[in-house]
Every structure is written in C-alpha cells, then in structure tokens.
Design a protein around this ligand. Structure first.
Ligand SMILES: Cc1cc2nc3c(=O)[nH]c(=O)nc-3n(C[C@H](O)[C@H](O)[C@H](O)COP(=O)(O)OP(=O)(O)OC[C@H]3O[C@@H](n4cnc5c(N)ncnc54)[C@H](O)[C@@H]3O)c2cc1C
Length: 385
C-alpha cells in the first residue's frame, strides 16, 4: 500500500495557473482534444496536466493497433445495437481512422504502417457468417485470406481470415512524442508529474499548482473513479501484454484470434524481431476489473503459451506489462458534464479501442465545447447510466 502525507497532499502556497482550456490527462484523448482546440480555435490557451510523464496511462501501454475493431467486433456491434446504429458507429470509427491518417500520420512519423488487420477463424461457417455481416455494414472490400495463405505466414490451424486492408499499426511512444512536440510548437503548455487532487470553486487543485480555466476536459480514461469515486461512469479494466523475441521476419499485420481473445502483431520498428501479444483478461475477469498496474502469472503464462503453441517455438520474454482500459456501460465512448462544475466534461469510455477512436471523439467533443454544430454529437451521449 502507498500513502501520501498531509504535507505532500495539501498544496502549500500553490502557484496559480490561468488558462482558457485545461485538459487533465496527457494520453491520446488529452492530446487529441488539444490538437482539435488549436486547429479550430488557434488563439485558445490550452494547458495539459498529467499525474505522470507521457505514456503513464493506457496510451503508452497498448498494442498500437490503429483500428476500428475486428470483424468479430463488427458482428458484436450488429447484435448489440441493430443494423442502423451499428453502421453509424462503424462509419464514425472509420472516419476517426481517416482523420488520423490525414491530420497526424501524413505529417508526423509515428511508426504508422498500413498493413491491414486479420481476424482469424477456425470455423469456415463462422467466417462466412461474419463476411456477410461485413458486407452489410462496411463500405469497401474485406478480402478473405485462406488457411493455406495464413500457413505461409507461420499461422497454422485456421480455416482463414477476414481482412480490413486499410487498418494500421503505430508506435504509441512515437505517437505521444511527435504529437506533444507539435502541440508545444503551437503553444500548448504541459504540466507533467502534477496530479490533480480535487476541484474547488472552479479551481483545479494540483500537487504543486492550482489551475483556473473557463473550460475543463477530464481525459482520465479508467482512472476517473480513482480521481473521484462518485464518478463511476467508466469501469477500470486491466489488460496485460507480453513482448517476446521473435525469429520470424515475415509477419505483417494486426491479428485478432477471437476464439482465444488474443491479439498479436510484430513490431516492425524493433532492431531485432519482436512479437507483441495481449488479451486473455477473461481468464481472471473478477480480479482484472481493477486499475492497479500489475501482471498475473495466469494471464502471462497463457499469453506466452498461446504464442509458443501457435508458432511452435520457445520465446525469450522482453517485457511484461499491464495497462488500464475504461469501459462504459454500453461499451461506447461518451462525453458527460460534471455536475456542479461549470464547463467541465469527461471524455472517454472507449472500452479498449481508444487508439483508433479517441481522435474522432475528441473532434466532436471540441466542436460541442466551442458551441459549433456537429452532426455526430448524438453519438457521444452514452447511455447516461
Ligand atoms: C494493454 C492494452 C492494450 C491496448 N491495445 C489497444 C490497441 O491496440 N488499439 C486500441 O485502439 N486501443 C488499445 N487499448 C486501449 C487504448 O490504449 C486506450 O483506449 C487509450 O489509450 C485511452 O487513452 P486516454 O488518453 O483516454 O487514457 P490514458 O492514456 O490512460 O490517459 C489518462 C491519463 O490520465 C492521467 N491521470 C489520471 N489521474 C490523474 C490525475 N488525478 N491528475 C492528473 N492526471 C491524471 C494518467 O496519468 C494518464 O496519463 C489498449 C489498452 C491496454 C491497457
């Protein structure tokens, strides 16, 4: 258990910082909000505060799939939300990816690689069923890859895969570094290693400073209930990953294996080949619904065992880590005002898909905050549960 003394917890003679828009959280949500604020309203003074350094939260810990989700997930959207809403949501996610390509990846070197995503199927009939879902909801082709083709990639035991050819990967670290540098060059101020403790009379009290702003965005992901336990609008869920030495240099693409709830890809930027594997959180669902940064033997063993069985080789482990996702009650992102605080909103609830979606969500949130019309505004209403 860690404790904080009265002296460190209570700001003494704290410096006051005045800004137009305060963003709490320097992950992809916080940086994307700042990006759109500066693009739409360049003279707005924007300040970003984070308890840690860049990448402390999920944005520095994920698999780097720049994705709208697997074909399995698309079938889930259809089942859960019906055809019309599923199509709208899917189109919104595609638009977010397009905006990232146009606004970010075309100008910043973020390790972006448009190498497609593959949802793997062991059952041919299931793959055909999902192919027909894709045909109904997705604009553009989703080619099928045969089991024999997958075998040439070293992936055996599959009937085939469905592919979204335009999907991509990125380097979370480069993304954070590059986007924050761009924002600094546009005058955005960063206050790192500064935890916001509470809000009081429209002031945000941090460990060393207090902040006053006309508008505030809380971009806290699954850490929101830790900041204020009455704000239990998102449920923290831990996700674990492992990075393995990998002697296979042909694997390109993002892979989902829904039967095992695993995702994996190689890191094309690593000096020596590396395989990144994540998922399997449902093996310990009860204890994984938590925001503590830790790995468990059960899940780590399962991830490593999965990779070793699939590629029939033993791997050396390079890194094991965890991160926190913020799940909303309907698993869709939302923006919500905080009661009792003027112009203060939470933005998040990506439920595990923020690296593709947060950029598009931030655009809508900023347009709304600036009082500008936006056709997709209704998509961020959440279920207000
Ligand atoms: C292991 C893992 C793998 C994933 N893989 C993918 C993937 O491949 N593709 C994908 O689309 N999504 C993936 N996700 C989800 C994705 O990473 C998240 O949806 C996204 O990063 C959320 O971004 P965010 O900016 O909202 O939150 P975060 O990046 O978590 O940022 C929140 C920030 O708030 C700060 N903070 C918290 N409390 C305070 C406070 N009191 N004061 C100041 N600062 C505070 C934290 O330090 C943190 O930096 C994955 C998540 C995990 C954990």
């Amino acid at each position: 258990m860690t404790t904080t003394s009265y002296w460190l917890h209570t700001p003494q003679n704290s410096v006051k910082h005045q800004t137009d828009v305060l963003i709490v959280g320097a992950g992809i949500t916080g940086l994307s909000l700042a990006y759109w604020l500066k693009k739409i309203s360049p003279h707005t003074k924007v300040s970003i505060v984070d308890e840690g350094n860049f990448g402390r939260g999920a944005t520095g810990r994920n698999a780097g799939f720049n994705t709208a989700g697997s074909t399995h997930y698309l079938a889930h959207l259809l089942q859960k939300h019906g055809e019309a809403h599923a199509r709208t949501l899917w189109t919104f996610k595609q638009e977010s990816l397009r905006l990232m390509r146009e606004e970010i990846f075309s100008r910043l070197e973020c390790g972006f690689q448009q190498w497609g995503s593959y949802t793997l199927y062991r059952d041919q009939a299931r793959m055909e069923e999902h192919a027909s879902v894709v045909a109904r909801l997705h604009e553009g082709a989703c080619p099928q890859v045969s089991g024999a083709d997958l075998q040439t990639r070293g992936l055996s035991g599959f009937a085939g895969a469905l592919t979204f050819a335009h999907e991509a990967c990125l380097s979370p670290k480069l993304f954070l570094e590059q986007l924050s540098s761009l924002l600094k060059s546009q005058g955005v101020e960063f206050f790192l290693n500064e935890k916001i403790l509470w809000a009081e009379n429209q002031s945000w009290i941090g460990t060393r400073r207090s902040f006053e702003a006309s508008q505030t965005f809380l971009a806290l992901n699954g850490y929101l209930p830790r900041f204020d336990k009455t704000l239990n609008w998102v449920a923290p869920k831990r996700a674990q990953m492992v990075a393995l030495d990998f002697y296979h240099n042909k694997l390109s693409g993002n892979y989902y294996d829904p039967d095992h709830k695993v995702y994996f890809r190689a890191d094309p930027l690593a000096a020596s080949s590396t395989l990144l594997v994540g998922g399997m959180r449902l093996l310990e669902e009860a204890t994984e619904n938590d925001d503590e940064d830790k790995v468990s033997a059960v899940i780590q063993h399962a991830l490593q065992h999965y990779a070793e069985s699939l590629f029939t080789q033993k791997f050396q482990v390079r890194a094991r880590w965890s991160g926190v996702m913020g799940f909303s009650s309907n698993e869709l992102p939302f923006m919500r005002d905080l009661a009792g605080l003027k112009n203060c909103r939470f933005v998040g609830g990506y439920s595990g898909h923020g690296m593709g979606m947060a950029f598009g969500v931030a655009r809508v949130a900023v347009l709304k905050a600036l009082g500008q019309a936006c056709a997709e505004e209704h998509l961020l209403q959440g279920d207000q549960g």
